[in-house]
Write a new protein. Structure first.
Length: 453
């Protein structure tokens, strides 16, 4: 406790760090305030049907990522997810399209062009998603809940549709701007922090609701609640292992003499990540699992509706089995396109480095590829286990709202962003010769193990 208080004092002494933390907290408060501002023309007192619809399932997941803005019919209802979708599309294009590969190699100017294209794509994706959200809003709410300020209006007008779409698109772009400002002048990655804050905003309510539900049970309700918290802590530790786990490969650099100076002759280590893909396999798998939800809306035959119903039941066996299998496949796929053993072996050879006992060139590339395959398999299984944990604890009697925090993208994002932010705070402290946040060593953030997105 004494060390913690001293660390807070040290943080306060650093003017730049203090300003960055205050700036970040201020923008986050603006985001949280906006999540409760409803779309103009919607009665906030009649949103119970929308809240019930987004309390569980896939829509519940979207609502959690937006920090409750989805169920509040807020101006930030679509949240930052359209920007995340656009970023994923641009990232995939960078792996397949030569033009984007060229931009990635152009340094700062290329990065600015990629960011600009990502913003344009975000506007397009939000403009496509906004009418769907408005249509769902109209279908879920009673007629008097829409445009309640004009008693003569019995159905939403074209003006309401147009203004609502503009508001939703503007809201997403404003949230994206907040994230970029946090990244530039605040602390941590702004987009990731906004997602984390949205997830964390619902955690206290979920824990309190679960506690009250267990207290109402007779015979061991408190014990069950303590067991649930203990399991949650174990899952968090597993997520930390996924984020920080690495396998180090020794690399020996040959001695070489240039003039009167000697270079090389040292041994270093290449850290290969157990989970090099981050949360991308889960995001890809979730995107595919949303397809049955779309089929359900357009299906007319009973067989298609039955198929869609099976694969939209987030607690069902076939949904989770398929979900976990796709995560394992996508983990191998994403690792294969992000980790290039041939390039690593070539760079090693250019710098007169070699793995002891392995010939340079193709043998080194094959060795690295073999090691990556071996460590990716348990990493993919752990990732799949974390992803289906909400369903497993849900079958054990945990409420759907609290079960969402036991795994999936949400918990991995929470762990990754927290570690990343703590690492930046620690860097400020160590740079000014203060003690770090831990005694055992420096905190490893996502920079050491791959970004969340």
């Amino acid at each position: 406790m004494k060390r913690f208080i001293q660390t807070l004092k040290n943080i306060y002494k650093i003017d730049e760090l203090r300003r960055r933390i205050g700036y970040t907290l201020g923008l986050i408060l603006i985001y949280r305030f906006g999540s409760y501002v409803t779309i103009p023309g919607v009665d906030p007192q009649q949103l119970m049907a929308l809240k019930n619809q987004s309390s569980s399932g896939l829509l519940g997941l979207l609502n959690m990522f937006s920090g409750g803005a989805f169920s509040n019919a807020s101006i930030f209802a679509l949240g930052i997810m359209p920007y995340i979708s656009a970023s994923i599309v641009i990232q995939l294009m960078g792996m397949a399209i030569p033009y984007f590969q060229k931009l990635q190699k152009e340094g700062e100017s290329g990065r600015k062009k990629i960011n600009q294209l990502t913003r344009y794509l975000t506007v397009a994706i939000t403009a496509l998603q906004a009418p769907g959200y408005i249509a769902n809003l109209i279908s879920q709410l009673p007629s008097q809940a829409i445009t309640p300020f004009d008693p003569n209006v019995t159905s939403p007008s074209v003006f309401f549709w147009v203004t609502s779409v503009i508001v939703l698109v503007s809201g997403t772009m404003f949230v994206m701007w907040l994230g970029e400002k946090i990244t530039d002048k605040g602390l941590g990655n702004g987009i990731s922090l906004i997602i984390m804050v949205g997830i964390m905003a619902r955690l206290p309510f979920a824990i309190f609701s679960e506690f009250l539900a267990r207290m109402e049970q007779k015979g061991g309700g408190l014990v069950l609640f303590i067991v649930e918290i203990a399991v949650l802590v174990l899952v968090v530790l597993l997520c930390i292992l996924l984020v920080q786990g690495t396998r180090k490969i020794p690399v020996q650099y040959a001695k070489r003499v240039v003039g009167n100076k000697q270079y090389g002759g040292v041994r270093q280590y290449i850290p290969l990540k157990v989970n090099a893909a981050g949360v991308m396999p889960i995001i890809f798998a979730q995107a595919i699992m949303f397809l049955p939800l779309t089929i359900a809306g357009f299906a007319s035959s009973e067989s298609l509706q039955g198929f869609a119903a099976t694969f939209t039941n987030v607690n069902g066996f076939w949904y989770n089995f398929t979900y976990a299998l796709m995560i394992v496949v996508f983990t191998y796929f994403y690792t294969a396109i992000t980790v290039n053993p041939n390039q690593m072996a070539e760079d090693m050879k250019k710098n007169n480095g070699f793995i002891p006992g392995v010939k340079p060139g193709k043998k080194t590339a094959d060795f690295i590829d073999s090691v990556m395959s071996k460590i990716t398999f348990p990493g993919s299984l752990f990732l799949a286990l974390v992803a289906v944990m909400p369903a497993l604890v849900g079958m054990a009697g945990v409420s759907s709202q609290f079960a969402q925090f036991y795994g999936g993208t949400s918990l991995l994002i929470l762990v990754g962003v927290v570690l990343d932010t703590l690492q930046q705070i620690e860097s400020h402290l160590l740079m000014r010769h203060y003690e770090g946040l831990t005694k055992s060593g420096r905190i490893k953030g996502r920079n050491a193990v791959g970004a969340a997105f």
